[in-house]
Design a protein around this ligand. Structure first.
Ligand SMILES: *[C@@H]1O[C@H](CO)[C@@H](O)[C@H](O)[C@H]1NC(C)=O
Ligand SMILES: *[C@@H]1O[C@H](CO)[C@@H](O)[C@H](O)[C@H]1NC(C)=O
Length: 347
């Protein structure tokens, strides 16, 4: 009986391992730390995301700007926006593709990663340990070599993903409202909505010439190591209320589920770089410091200068006071010695 149970359990775990539709989440018993139980690629050595350490990045001046083609007027066909239980994902037409990469990569979909209200973090990639409130991924497949994304996603040169950091600014970003205004219609997992096509270029940063480039993976199961990553240096800004709509608008559970689970904190922790190199299309010089660090350095330097000045000032002042006192002493002593010789009262 025990043997039978063992054989059954073993068979069952094999079925699970072979089944790439196996259930996964970001936290809990099927969370990030357990992905590799069902998806072995998740524990390989070239995983994404990563923490980009700018002091170790190698500048490659030969890296050209990434040129999105067909992004501005992506045809007449509606986009489909889907809550797939892990993220909000928008389908993209094949008329959108990328130039400036080793091959032609055709767009498939875009989706987001974000945190939760009141907590820092949300982006998948980090820069010098710094995270951002959200990150946009635009996924493309290598159409020169493969028939479709299903075939391409298992190949080393199969996919190219654009990573865009999203931060909070003072004003609403109208391009992002094309998506965020629809979230109320796809609150629950499995729900989708058609939306009119819009200029997708406006979701990207203005400056596409400055980016980080490395070989990595899908950041969700099955974690295939098939992605040529482009992470842009310039960030995109949305308003605080737009971010809150992303953080609080969706559930990872289906509508019929009586205990709904919010869809938030859907980002993977940074993975080890191992043998990989990260390249940059631009010289990442001393400007690698963040604005906060620059302020800290400026004020720190000012404080040190002021301290040195004040110390010097008081030392000089004390020395002068001492000298004057000594001179007075000399004057006093000489006058009192004069006084001692006869005259009884002070001058
Ligand atoms: C993708 O391409 C392969 C190989 O050409 C084909 O067998 C498969 O049906 C295609 N899948 C989709 C979803 O189009
Ligand atoms: C990615 O890997 C391929 C194949 O190993 C290599 O030729 C290419 O230079 C790598 N690219 C980067 C950015 O590391």
């Amino acid at each position: 009986m025990m043997l039978l149970t063992l054989i059954f359990l073993q068979g069952f775990s094999h079925v699970l391992a072979a089944n790439h539709g196996s259930h996964w989440t970001y936290a809990g018993p099927h969370g990030k730390e357990h992905w590799s139980d069902s998806y072995p690629d998740c524990s390989r050595q070239a995983q994404s995301p990563i923490d980009i350490q700018t002091k170790s990045v190698q500048h490659d001046p030969a890296l050209p700007p990434v040129e999105p083609q067909g992004y501005q007027s992506p045809g007449d066909g509606a986009f489909t926006l889907l809550n797939n239980g892990h993220t909000v994902q928008m389908s993209l037409p094949q008329t959108m593709f990328l130039r400036g990469l080793p091959q032609t990569y055709v767009a498939v979909q875009l989706h987001f990663h974000w945190g939760s209200r009141g907590h820092a973090g949300g982006s998948e990639h980090l820069v010098n340990g710094e995270s951002f409130p959200a990150e946009l991924h635009v996924v493309h497949y290598n159409a020169d070599s493969y028939a479709n994304i299903t075939e391409a996603k298992r190949q080393a040169d199969g996919l190219a993903v654009l990573g865009i950091f999203i931060e909070v600014g003072d004003v609403a970003n109208p391009a992002y409202d094309n998506i965020l205004n629809q979230l109320k219609n796809i609150q629950y997992a499995g729900q989708k909505v058609s939306i009119p096509p819009f200029n997708v270029r406006e979701l990207l940063p203005r400056q596409l010439g400055r980016y980080f480039r490395y070989n990595g993976s899908l950041t969700t199961p099955p974690c295939f190591e098939s992605v040529l990553w482009t992470v842009f240096h310039q960030r995109v800004q949305i308003s605080a209320s737009q971010l809150e709509r992303l953080q609080g608008g969706l559930y990872s559970t289906k509508a019929e589920n009586s205990s709904p689970v919010p869809l938030a904190d859907n980002y993977r922790a940074p993975q080890l770089l191992h043998e990989r190199l990260v390249f940059s299309s631009f010289p990442v010089g001393p400007s690698a410091y963040s604005a906060g660090e620059i302020v800290a350095i400026v004020f720190g330097t000012l404080f040190v200068c002021l301290s040195i000045f004040l110390t010097f000032y008081f030392v000089v002042k004390r020395a002068r006071a001492k000298r004057i006192r000594e001179q007075k002493d000399v004057v006093f002593k000489s006058s009192s010695s004069r006084a001692a010789s006869g005259d009884s009262h002070r001058p």
